[in-house]
Structure formats: C-alpha cells, structure tokens
Design a protein around this ligand. Structure first.
Ligand code: IDP
Ligand code: MG
Length: 149
C-alpha cells in the first residue's frame, strides 16, 4: 500500500487542530500507521527541509518548525500522496481552496498548519528521516471491504 508522511506543524498543535486534521484523513478512509508527538531536533529539521535550506525563508521556517511540538504521522492508502496533498491544499493558505485543511484553517504561508510529502519518493525519504521501520504498525481497518472495490 502507498504511504505518506504528514505532520501537524506547531501552529496546528497550539491551535488544537490535531484532532480535526486526523479526523479528516480517518473519515476519508486512509489509515494511520504511525504517530509521534515531539519537538523536532535541529538535525532532522535540516534533513527534512534539505531542499529549502538555501532559500531566504529558511531561517524563519526553521524557527517556526522548532517553536513547539509537532504531531508526526505516517498514513497509508491507495494514492495516499496525491489524496492528502489535495486535502491539504495550496502551500499559501490564501490560495488554498475552501474545504482543504490550509484553506479552512490558515491565513499565512509561514504558518500553514500541516506538512505532507509531495511524491512517493519524498514520502519514502521523509518517513525514513522521522520513523524507524518497526514503528509502523501493520493492521487492517475493519471497513476496508467498504473502502476499496
Ligand atoms: P509545501 O509544504 O506545500 O510542500 P514547500 O514549497 O515544500 O511547500 O515549502 C515548505 C514549507 O516552507 C511550506 O509549507 C511553508 O511552511 C514554508 N514556505 C514555503 N515558501 C515560503 C515562503 O515564501 N515564505 C515563508 N515560508 C515559506
Ligand atoms: Mg514540500
């Protein structure tokens, strides 16, 4: 099954959006297979955002991501990367469609509530940065026969 890495960022945690965000993915039919609440160490922030370290917004991004605890997750489902990116919405919440997480819950690009992997390759890389293989649970949702035809 396809997997992705999702993370409620510190603003989402502080604003008590973790439960609402998890509920959206659960109701969609996706399956959470790992979750951890933690303040990210600098080393993993640098690895996670390696593609952005040289950009002008990186110092602000790093300070924001390390400003408080995040909720890190791995989710499974067919085409989970594309599905969750669509549910998250555009990077800039002002451009994110209503009904998406960023469209409904955020106002500024520098505080956009949630991270989601943008490709299968990125997902594999990000899961490996944040989780050990034995932290991923293997189980079936009892409603799977009513989710996949
Ligand atoms: P994504 O999170 O939608 O994949 P990316 O372009 O990968 O967007 O950027 C990673 C994160 O960096 C964004 O979610 C946002 O928190 C932050 N970011 C991106 N562009 C800017 C910017 O122009 N100003 C401030 N923060 C930015
Ligand atoms: Mg990205």
């Amino acid at each position: 099954m396809d997997r992705t890495f999702l993370m409620v960022k510190p603003d989402g945690v502080q604003r008590s959006l973790v439960g609402d965000i998890i509920a959206r993915f659960e109701k969609k039919g996706l399956k959470m297979v790992a979750g951890r609440f933690e303040r990210l160490p600098e080393e993993r922030v640098m690895q996670h955002y390696a593609e952005h370290v040289a950009k002008p917004f990186f110092p602000g991004l790093k300070a924001y991501i390390m400003s408080g605890p995040c909720f890190l997750m791995v989710w499974e489902g067919k085409d989970v990367v594309a599905i969750t990116r669509a549910m998250i919405g555009a990077t800039n919440p002002r451009e994110a469609a209503p009904g998406t997480i960023r469209g409904d819950f955020a106002l500024e690009i520098g505080m956009n509530v949630i991270h989601g992997s943008d490709s299968d390759a990125t997902a594999e890389r990000e899961i490996a940065i944040h989780f050990q293989p034995d932290e991923l649970a293997e189980y079936r949702r009892i409603d799977e026969p009513f989710l996949y035809e």
